[in-house]
Design a binder for this molecule. Structure first.
Ligand code: HEC
Length: 136
């Protein structure tokens, strides 16, 4: 596989923190090196797609409760394996169905439509994590 698997974890930009130094991280994503024993990580490619196409709705600062309940990227890294596997499966599923971002969003903002490449990136990111976890 040509993509190097960076062990990076994502942490949320805590806009809610009363700390002004976080203010410039408006995109809401920070990259940190995770401890190397951790299985979980985001590839840079996956992070870019998530940030551009998914994070706005599936993050603590999102407006809707439904999307937050359905998936929170920053929670993946602390989930136990069973829950993480279920979430990753759902991500693969919505990629295969083409159901995310929701059609309504794409109607309004056609630029939010996933390209084939982006679908592939998120799918293979989820699938390689899944198979790594199954191998354990
Ligand atoms: C415009 C907001 C929005 C964007 C952008 C968005 N989602 Fe969602 N997502 C939702 C909502 C709302 C739900 C809850 C759906 C429901 O309950 O019907 C959801 C649910 C999900 C679920 C749970 C499965 C399901 O169908 O309920 C997954 C997985 C998911 N989204 C992945 C993604 C991924 C991956 C992206 C980026 C490619 C993305 N979402 C982008 C709003 C969004």
């Amino acid at each position: 596989m040509k993509k190097i698997f960076f062990t990076i974890a994502i942490i949320l930009c805590l806009a809610s923190l009363p700390n002004k130094s976080h203010a410039q991280d408006k995109d809401g994503i920070k990259v940190v090196l995770a401890d190397s024993s951790s299985q979980f990580g985001f590839t840079l490619d996956a992070m870019t797609v998530i940030n551009n196409k998914c994070y706005g709705c599936h993050s603590p600062n999102a407006r809707g409760d439904k999307s937050k309940k359905a998936l929170m990227w920053i929670e993946l890294q602390t989930m136990d394996d069973v829950d993480l596997i279920a979430k990753l499966d759902e991500i693969v599923e919505v990629m295969e169905e083409g159901s995310m971002p929701p059609a309504k969003m794409i109607e309004k903002y056609p630029g939010m439509k996933m390209t084939d490449e982006e679908v592939e990136i998120l799918k293979s990111w989820s699938e390689s994590l899944l198979s790594a976890m199954m191998d354990e």
